[in-house]
Write a protein that binds this ligand. Structure first.
Ligand SMILES: Nc1ncnc2c1ncn2[C@@H]1O[C@H](COP(=O)(O)OP(=O)(O)O)[C@@H](O)[C@H]1O
Ligand SMILES: O=C(CO)[C@@H](O)[C@H](O)COP(=O)(O)O
Length: 472
């Protein structure tokens, strides 16, 4: 049996799956937590990857590895390849003003959409680099190259040999690479940072990124006890949403909603997109196609926060929500707990509307949190402007039975939840298998059983949410 490994280095944790390259059967897996916070020393991702690999029984018998990671994170390296400062993550909003300035300087949102398919907000790498130039000029001057979390991890697995490389999907989240032309816009990078540091070469979906070379990295030997033998091929890797699309085998026509730290709604498309409103980011995917995507800052952690407020676990939160009436008796949660990206309200806070003596119960609050999060995601889904027969629901939040059962009423269409799994890591593993196979399209892996959820539409939930949303 030929084995491949897929890595998901996402916001909250690192997950590793090891699968049979031919059938996709899961053989082993591991996971490790990432630190909290919106700026992180990349070394913490490396340590977590080591723990997750160790838990997954090592990479010794693996023929190829693919790394997917959270998008947009700014990893600045100096002349010697050392990290200049902690990486600013996609959910760090300090670069909101920098983004607004960049948009104005180029002549407005439509000019950015035409140039790179997306309108920068605080999340985009280009905005973070402008923030760096303005607030930490010394770090900006020391920055000899800039890469993304998955580029950096792949380069570390390659024993830091050569320079970091990237792929179309992740490059499309920088704000200085155009999915439509397939080229960097170094003029936009220079306008943001004041200089043009070295940039990762953009690999095609089936290009190799070198080989695992850990023997030369003394710190990798401190990873753990599981064996890691050098020589496995490295796939190009990609951003976590692109890998999720590959992991669920999304085809043109499918719409996927992912409930992770971020909430995302995305679709595989044959042509690039450019939304001048900025709601839809015109990303590239990991198969040579495109991935129009709407991203929110608030998703699964809204459930975490509600559970914390009620002093219960996530399972109990779900039970409480399901026992409460649809619409939560008029209690509405607008879940902007971390500010928001879509709509672009970086300083917003969350709020509850419709509190009465009747709705002041744990059940109503739990229901309002689930419904508010789903209404927010349904707005993201609507922004794509598509009308699919069903929605594919993935991400940590999709493990909640309450989310699965309430989602079809909010989305107004059936929701299909693939067998619970690590779809980002699976997509990265599938990319690794594709590299080995050398076929035109990714290998077809038999999916597990998916569950279909249907419910009568309950339009009042979204109507009340739409009334409460502008009130903040
Ligand atoms: N059984 C569950 N019910 C509700 N939420 C869950 C459950 N299991 C995991 N989660 C949520 O999944 C989230 C993590 O999702 P994940 O997709 O792994 O995030 P990320 O990829 O951004 O690190 C947590 O915030 C947690 O709230
Ligand atoms: O910024 C985006 C997409 O544009 C986020 O989706 C990040 O890619 C983080 O993803 P998760 O850690 O929530 O999966």
């Amino acid at each position: 049996m030929t084995l491949v490994a897929g890595v998901d280095s996402s916001t909250q944790s690192c997950k590793v799956v090891i699968r049979d390259a031919e059938t996709g059967a899961l053989v082993r897996q591991g996971r490790a937590a990432h630190p909290d916070g919106t700026e992180v020393d990349p070394e913490a991702w490396w340590t977590a990857l080591g723990e997750a690999v160790d838990q997954a029984g090592g990479l010794d018998d693996v023929a190829a590895v693919g790394v997917a990671a959270q998008q947009h994170g700014m990893v600045c390296l100096d002349e010697s390849g050392q990290v200049v400062r902690d990486a600013l993550l996609w959910n760090d909003t300090r670069s909101a003003q920098a983004a607004a300035d960049l948009v104005a300087e180029l002549g407005g949102p439509a000019a950015w959409a035409a140039a790179v398919g997306s309108v920068p907000v605080a999340s985009f790498t280009v905005s973070k680099l402008r923030w760096l130039a303005e607030h930490e000029p010394d770090s900006a001057r020391r920055t000899a190259s800039v890469c993304l979390p998955h580029d950096w991890l792949t380069w570390r697995l390659a024993g830091r040999s050569g320079a970091p490389v990237t792929d179309r999907g992740d490059a499309s989240g920088t704000g200085y690479w155009s999915p439509a032309t397939g080229s960097y816009r170094t003029d936009l990078l220079k306008a943001a940072l004041g200089s043009v540091p070295q940039l990762p070469r953009v690999l095609g979906p089936r290009d190799g990124a070198g080989e695992v070379r850990l023997a030369r990295d003394p710190r990798a030997r401190a990873w753990g006890s599981a064996p890691v033998q050098d020589g496995a091929l490295l796939a190009p890797g990609t951003g976590d949403n692109m890998a999720a699309a590959l992991g669920v085998g999304a085809r043109p026509g499918d719409v996927v909603v992912s409930i992770g730290t971020s909430g995302t709604a995305f679709a595989v498309a044959e042509a690039p997109s450019a939304d001048p409103s900025g709601a839809v980011a015109g990303f590239a995917d990991a198969t040579g196609r495109f991935l129009p995507l709407v991203c929110t800052l608030n998703a699964a952690r809204v459930l975490d926060a509600a559970a914390r407020m009620l002093g219960v676990g996530l399972d109990r939160l779900g039970e409480l929500a399901l026992a409460a009436p649809p619409g939560a008796g008029g209690l509405v949660c607008v879940p902007y707990l971390e500010g928001e990206r879509t709509p672009n309200l970086p300083d917003a806070t969350g709020s509850l509307h419709g509190l009465t003596l009747e709705t002041s119960t744990p059940g109503h609050l739990a229901r309002a949190a689930v419904e508010g999060m789903l209404c927010h995601l349904a707005d993201a889904f609507d922004a794509l402007g598509l009308d699919p027969a069903r929605v594919l629901l993935v991400g940590g939040g999709a493990r909640s039975e309450a989310v699965r059962r309430i989602a079809p009423a909010v989305f107004g269409r059936p929701v299909v939840v693939p067998e619970p799994g690590e779809y980002v890591a699976d997509g990265a593993a599938r990319q690794a298998a594709w590299l080995l196979g050398g076929t035109d399209e990714p290998p077809v892996w038999e999916g597990g059983a998916s569950a279909r959820y249907e419910a009568d539409p309950f339009p009042e939930i979204r109507a009340r949410y739409a009334e409460a949303r502008p009130l903040g």
